[in-house]
Write a protein that binds this ligand. Structure first.
Ligand code: SGN
Ligand code: CA
Length: 541
């Protein structure tokens, strides 16, 4: 412990990084009035793979996130927030277009290239007089369009000393990605934007994406915490074929060297989890991704090794196997993941403080969400992709500005919202027309406490297969109490869950006696949604 603290002092890595913010010339801006009719500023903070289970506003079992929670306590918490396609690139394309994947063209990460010439919310906002910026993870392959300013990480981005790409070219930023991304965004708010216009800032953190690398100052955090194992960690997937044939199991697929950083100097730890990675020892580890030579500075590596070294030694000595090994993996995964979240929370606090200090909270809507949900060991999984609740849902907290929020402060909103809804919401906030081809709905009415006529069901469609993690293609419908999904391509399996009685989705009751009526109703609703969103699916394979 003392050694690590000392090393931290040497490297100068600190909890709060050191961007110097110039005094702000603007105060509340000129774009809000008391009844919220005029355009408001928008700060949209989206993380990558942040599960609602690890936002304490939703679930207090794992971690405390006071800064993120404050958005809910001073604003609202959406209790039914979902995505349309639980994967990064597709989710971002849904966000920016307000359309489902088959309409915006970006259905999967592996082959997608976003067509930036199509209609996007950022361009429409610009047309409506806003200045727009995009900072952080972009992941849409083509260059960003429609922003006055953009500064994005390269692909997935790196945790340490990340490469950023802007209109001016590529550069390496020294430090930890969550701090750097936040600082760039605040610098734009402070010095970069046209202060005569309302602004819309997309602040997209790369964290907490795999491989969950904490900031050096957070390495020891939660060391004494033991995380509760989910009830269904040892799921046997009976009756759920698609659930069983994936490759995202902590037990069988999570790699102790690659994912959990057990790269011993002697190169003795090899990983039996995944045959493709069988020889994934330190030698390989040090050549890839975050650990390839030159990514971390020598000082950073020294702090890192000082923390992981003893854990690696103990891991070797203990020589765990079976359930003990699986549960050890789960604990390490949760430790790293929660530490990464802690840094996000601290940086959300930095954004909040900036807005407050500069009088901007009064006329800015602040949104906190993730590009999708994430499994924290439920069904034995990490990753996302499935229409199962943990990955289909995503946190959504909204702090409306003072002029709108009095009636709603600290309340829950339970209407079904989806990531295609942000674009029309932002446009309505801006006082701009919402084009007819946008498929989402503005949730401004929900924020104002009105939910008459709001949607009662959601459509989902996931496409990325064959691909990493082997989650089969599927589409489905979710209503208040039911989830129906159809896995297709090289499989033909329907799954039906009674969410009121089986919230963990362990019992597929599709085809069982007594479910005929509800199945018929849901199949009809599914067809209605496929027609509504113009996503005709061949049911016969
Ligand atoms: C990477 C990860 C996967 C993850 C995808 C998609 N592997 O390929 O585990 O599912 O991204 O994630 S890694 O070894 O490269 O980390 S997404 O959030 O970007 O869609
Ligand atoms: Ca993601």
């Amino acid at each position: 412990m003392a050694k690590i603290q000392k090393l931290l002092k040497i490297t100068g890595t600190a909890a709060v990084s050191s961007v110097s913010l110039l005094p702000c010339a603007c105060s509340t801006g000129q774009n809000a009035d008391d009844d919220g009719q005029k355009p408001l500023n928008i700060v949209y903070i989206m993380c990558d793979d942040h599960s609602y289970q690890t936002v304490s506003a939703y679930d207090g079992r794992f971690i405390d996130t006071p800064n993120i929670d404050r958005i809910a306590t001073e604003g609202v918490r959406f209790t039914n927030s979902f995505v349309a396609n639980s994967l990064s690139g597709p989710s971002r394309a849904c966000l920016l277009t307000g359309k489902h994947s088959h309409k915006n063209g970006f259905t999967n990460n592996e082959h997608g290239i976003f067509d930036g010439s199509q209609q996007t919310v950022q361009q429409l906002l610009r047309d409506a007089g806003y200045t727009t910026a995009m900072v952080g993870k972009w992941h849409l392959v083509s260059e960003p369009t429609g922003f006055d300013y953009w500064d994005i990480v390269d692909g997935q981005g790196d945790y340490y000393n990340p490469v950023f790409i802007s209109a001016g070219g590529r550069r390496v930023e020294q430090g930890y990605v969550t701090n750097i991304t936040t600082d760039i965004a605040l610098r734009w708010l402070d010095e970069g934007r046209d202060k005569s216009k309302p602004f819309c800032l997309f602040l997209h953190q790369k964290a907490p994406h795999r491989t969950w690398m904490p900031d050096l100052c957070d390495l020891e955090l939660y060391d004494n915490v033991t995380y509760p194992l989910p009830d269904n960690f040892y799921d046997d997937y009976s009756g759920r074929e698609a659930a069983g044939i994936q490759e995202m199991s902590i037990i069988k697929d999570m790699n102790v060297v690659y994912d959990l950083k057990m790269a011993d100097k002697e190169n003795e730890i090899h990983t039996p989890e995944n045959p493709a990675l069988e020889s994934y020892g330190r030698g390989m580890y040090l050549q890839t991704g975050e650990f390839r030579p030159g990514r971390m500075t020598a000082e950073q590596q020294e702090v890192w090794d000082a923390y992981y070294g003893p854990i690696i030694e103990k891991f070797k000595k203990d020589n765990l196997s079976g359930d003990a090994l699986s549960e050890w993996k789960y604990q390490r995964y949760m430790h790293d993941y929660c530490r990464v979240i802690h840094s996000i929370d601290r940086n959300v606090g930095k954004v909040y403080d900036y807005l407050k200090e500069h009088g901007l909270l009064e006329n800015t809507i602040v949104i906190y969400t993730s590009d999708q949900g994430f499994f924290m060991g439920e069904h034995g999984y990490f990753d996302k992709r499935f229409m199962y609740e943990e990955s289909f849902r995503t946190p959504l907290l909204v702090r409306a500005p003072d002029c709108m929020r009095n009636a709603l402060r600290g309340k829950d909103i339970d209407g079904f919202v989806q990531n295609i809804d942000h674009a029309p919401t932002f446009l309505e906030l801006a006082g701009a027309d919402v084009p007819g081809d946008i498929q989402g709905e503005s949730y401004l009415s929900l924020l104002k406490g009105k939910d008459r006529g709001w949607r009662k069901s959601l459509y989902y469609h996931y496409y990325e297969y064959p691909a990493e993690h082997s989650v089969r293609r599927h589409y489905g419908v979710r209503t208040n109490g039911w989830s129906l999904m159809h896995f297709y391509n090289d499989i033909d399996e329907w799954e039906l869950f009674d969410l009121r009685h089986d919230p963990e989705e362990m019992h597929n009751i599709y085809g069982q006696k007594g479910t005929e009526r509800i199945t018929k109703k849901l199949r009809k609703e599914l067809s209605r949604l496929q027609e509504l969103y113009d996503d005709p699916i061949e049911e016969t394979l």
